[in-house]
Design a protein around this ligand. Sequence first.
Ligand code: HEM
Length: 424
Amino acid sequence: MKHCGGSRTRSRNKRGFPVTMSLPGRNTVSPPILSFATLNAAPHEVYRELRPEFPFVQREDGAFLVLRAHDVQPLVSDPRTRQIETELIRARGITDGPVMELVSNSLLFSNGETHRRRRQPLSRCFAFRMMEGLRANVRSLAEALVTLKLGDGEMKLRDDYAASIPAITIAAILGIPRSDVPLFTSMAYRVSKILTTSWTREDLPDIELAINDLSSYVATLIDDRRKHPRADFLSDYVASVDEAAQMSAVEAVMQIVSVVLGGTDTTRAAIVIMVGLLLDRRDGLWQALHHQPAMVAAAVLESLRFEPAVASIPRLAVEDISLDGHVIPRGSPVLLSTMSSLRDPDVFLDPGQFNLTRPQGKWHPVFGGGEHRCLGEALARIEMEEALTALVNSLLDLEVGDQKLNIRGHAGIRQVDELVVRWR
Ligand code: HEM
């Protein structure tokens, strides 16, 4: 494996973030600095090889990737860290415009009281109990999408199926007319690119345009519900925002944009990954799921562990963080690697085995923890369960076409290539 080299001084890289250092006399070898190319080429292998020796590695842009489960879990809500606010986008040269407006107004990138007042009007609506009420609708949607394709003998799993389930469900939660769903879906996927590590300066104009379009669209919806309240999520949200009178108009819009952002790309990728992993297994797992529907929930949880759709959780070190004799310097961006920690043998027996009988806790670590724990966990799990159930119920002989499952990315939201699936 090629490393970029190491450093033991508290110097700064070209983005202004501190570079790695170790406690004097404790460890002679500093954690390596790795290029994006090395990390993207074979992330699981890199993490497996380096995790026993180093609690973290540094990326060439200055971010520290924390690798071990026993560090990742507590650091999500440790007082030595806080949520990243605008630091990462500033480091990429963005100081104003739509991306800055989104990031500086979203609950996803805020802390303390600001975060609480932005999250509070959303939390009640996304409670597990409330989401269970949507299960029947998600089921009908998944079944209808499968039925639509049944006669074709094949489909694009990502674009024809997995993408539609979260997008149409959020559109329904927001009360968006069915005829606007394609427009809404395309805006959502264009905006959500900002949460991946793969966007470049060339992508920026389109992302900015999409943020403007989506926020204007949401602003119109909010306005409509204010004038004509209905018995729906958005009317409750608007009433709660207006009653608390603690959010600006832009903030009220950006929390809804954040929900769209958090809930589309993540779940689309997670559905494709789950189905791809199950079909890749030659041990009759797919057929077993058909006969034992109780295994569906376990398949969802194990696929989220084995190949998480969200590979890391971002934080900023507000003081020096010492881990196993190495120090992450204060002011550094920290990426708590779910991808590495969910395969840490200190916590998961035979972590490289895809095993549906593995004991799973009530709270899956892929959804984070503490104050920022995923608001859409219940919804995501329902969408994945119903997406899988509709497929195993109707397509017992489903198989992957010529291209195998291909997942890209070592941090942030991972990208998944199109996966064509076939049946007779
Ligand atoms: C498999 C699918 C999903 C995964 C793996 C996932 C993962 C996560 C993670 C790790 C966080 C915490 C980020 C942090 O601490 O910095 C988060 C936050 C969030 N997620 Fe999800 N998510 C998924 C689906 C969804 C869905 C379906 C929605 C909404 C419909 C959603 C909405 C949100 C929101 C609004 C936040 C921000 C919470 C806050 O900052 O207080 N997510 N998600």
